[in-house]
Write a protein that binds this ligand. Structure first.
Ligand code: FE
Length: 146
């Protein structure tokens, strides 16, 4: 990756998006713009645009961060052991651009028992009605409702 490309990409991110995605930061609980979003659609990486999570898997975990039971696809995210802050956790990154998304915990409600605890700042929401036009038509089967 060239320095100039990196600069261009960073200009498109807000300081908070940059802090979370590129510096591994965490937004304050309860503060994220997408925490209470219940609309049908897909959640893409705020940096590279890769499809990461779908509305069908989003649920209210009570944690203060957007929570999902599964990623949009098996290859969508990378899971990496994180031993910072005196804890052993599993960090979740965008598989395409390696941007930091959040962490995954084994206390979720779905069949896999996973809770993907994701910063709003790492995501951008694509409403269902705009998914085909924006190139996310392949993910429509993960999005119930209108
Ligand atoms: Fe990405």
């Amino acid at each position: 990756m060239t320095g100039s490309h990196d600069e261009e990409r960073r200009k498109a991110l807000t300081p908070e998006q940059h802090r979370v995605l590129r510096e591994g930061g965490t937004e304050a609980p309860g503060s994220g713009a997408l925490l209470h979003n219940k609309k049908p659609g897909t959640y893409k990486c705020a940096d590279c645009g890769a499809a990461l999570f779908a509305s069908d898997t989003k649920y209210d975990s009570g944690s203060g961060w957007p929570s999902f039971t599964a990623p949009a696809g098996a290859e969508a995210v990378e899971e990496i052991s994180d031993r910072t802050h005196g804890m052993v956790r599993t960090e979740v990154r965008c598989a395409k651009c390696e941007g930091h998304l959040g962490h995954v915990f084994p206390d979720g409600p779905g069949p896999e028992g996973q809770r993907y605890c994701i910063n709003s700042a790492s995501l951008r929401f694509v409403p269902k009605a705009e998914m085909v036009a924006q190139g996310y038509g392949d993910y429509l089967d993960q999005v119930e409702g209108i």
